[in-house]
Design a protein around this ligand. Structure first.
Ligand SMILES: NC(=O)c1ccc[n+]([C@@H]2O[C@H](COP(=O)([O-])OP(=O)(O)OC[C@H]3O[C@@H](n4cnc5c(N)ncnc54)[C@H](O)[C@@H]3O)[C@@H](O)[C@H]2O)c1
Length: 386
């Protein structure tokens, strides 16, 4: 029987069947690819055989740095997928702008895909990826490792227990006081590579946290706002000791907010910041007819909770608060499980651990916020038939 993602909770060592080795490729050998290779190297049933990067020499250097000889390197995803006819799976670790083309091409070649988050940059791209997935019959999983964090699993269990009753209002988001990501370059902040900024980097996680907890209802309408006051300001980078020219290439949002109506009469109030003159724009809260849950925000959106979750409810006429003990964060184990659960689904023919059918709604909200912000009014979230 296929493993459920909850099976991966906490216990690290799972028996791995090494009778069949999986041939894996990595498309895009930048920052996050390092996390993928480190996890693949722990797995005795995985052979990383190929890699691709647009920057000449980057893929070769990447594999050498990670102690791998003989990995075949290519100048882009197409040449790799055309030449490597034995690949079982690929990690798509490119910047946001090329997620869709790489994922679709791999699926068309009959290769299973682990696609980094955000899924892509528009609703239309998400729809096209899902069409390719369905046509291919291959596994597509989206790289949301916080889902495997013990506290996130607990959140889903709290909601499933029914203690909150009918959830009707959710506030989520968060972000960083100062934290525009320009660690080794500018692919996160440029319009032609990142395309979406704070929402694609961390906003998609906070949306996933609450939407996954409540079963991913369809988004219906959104009133969105985006801004770039920090990213476009040269002084921001100077204070951080980074090139002031980053302000000229900054082409995405550093803050976004959205008021979203979801199917089932649920309201979602969302905001996310890469930079703000504030500690936090608020905790995550889920308000329900029987109880409400408060999830303390973290100071950077690191994929877990910022303190013990608390339920506010009424017991025998008394107003009571129940604290959910905080669990040790999954950390590196969350990344391991992201890859392992995908590969197990590939080997066992199981369901995708982080299915595109859910993340489509995540993407549609982000896309809706951007479109609504441009139009300056509330819009309907339209999702084409797949
Ligand atoms: N899950 C996480 O915790 C996490 C963390 C960081 C980044 N990410 C995601 O990973 C993605 C990559 O981020 P990064 O920081 O590694 O970016 P990066 O700029 O460091 O690396 C991306 C690489 O992809 C290459 N590339 C782009 N298109 C390509 C193509 N068609 N074929 C081959 N190579 C191609 C680029 O040349 C670049 O070297 C982003 O979408 C980001 O959101 C996820």
């Amino acid at each position: 029987m296929a493993k459920d993602y909850l099976d991966y909770n906490i216990t690290q060592e799972k028996e791995i069947d090494t009778s069949r080795k999986l041939k894996v490729g990595i498309i895009g050998t930048g920052w996050i690819a390092g996390d993928h290779i480190r996890q693949y190297l722990k797995m005795p049933d995985v052979e990383v055989v190929a890699g691709a990067d647009l920057i000449p020499g980057k893929a070769q250097a990447f594999f050498e740095e990670n102690g791998l000889d003989g990995v075949r390197c290519y100048p882009d995803h197409k040449s790799m997928l055309d030449a490597e006819t034995e690949l079982d799976a690929v990690s798509v670790c490119t910047y946001n702008a090329t997620h869709a083309e790489c994922a679709i091409y791999a699926l068309e070649k009959g290769v299973h895909v682990l696609l980094e988050k955000p899924m892509c940059v528009t609703t239309q791209e998400a729809v096209e990826i899902i069409r390719a997935e369905r046509k291919s019959g291959k596994i597509l999983s989206i790289g949301f490792q916080p889902r495997f964090d013990p506290n996130m699993i607990k959140l889903k269990e709290v909601v499933a227990s029914g203690v909150l009753g009918q959830i009707h209002y959710i506030q989520t988001g968060g972000g960083r006081r100062r934290g525009i990501p320009t660690p080794f370059g500018t692919s996160f902040i440029q319009a032609d590579t990142g395309v979406i900024g704070a929402m694609g980097d961390i906003g998609c996680y906070s949306l996933d946290m609450v939407l996954h907890a409540i079963g991913y209802p369809r988004p219906l309408t959104v009133s969105g706002y985006t801004s770039d006051f920090f990213g476009k300001n040269p002084a921001y980078y100077e204070v951080e000791g980074k090139p002031a020219e980053y302000a000229n290439v900054f082409g995405v949002e550093d803050f976004a907010a959205g008021f979203i109506r979801l199917e089932g009469g649920i309201i979602l109030d969302f905001r996310i910041a890469w930079a703000m003159n504030l500690d936090t724009p608020g905790d995550t809260i889920l308000m329900g007819t029987k109880g409400s849950l408060r999830i303390p925000s973290t100071n950077c959106w690191n994929g877990s909770v910022g303190g013990p979750m608390k339920i506010y409810h009424e017991v025998a006429g008394s107003e009571v608060e129940t604290e959910i003990p905080i669990l040790p964060e999954g950390g590196d184990m969350n990344f391991y499980t992201k890859l392992r659960s995908f590969l197990d689904a590939v080997k066992e023919g199981g369901a995708s651990p982080v299915p595109s059918s859910q993340i489509l709604y995540n993407q549609a909200i982000i896309d809706g916020i951007i479109r609504s912000a441009r139009l300056g009014r509330e819009i309907e979230i339209e999702i084409p038939e797949i």
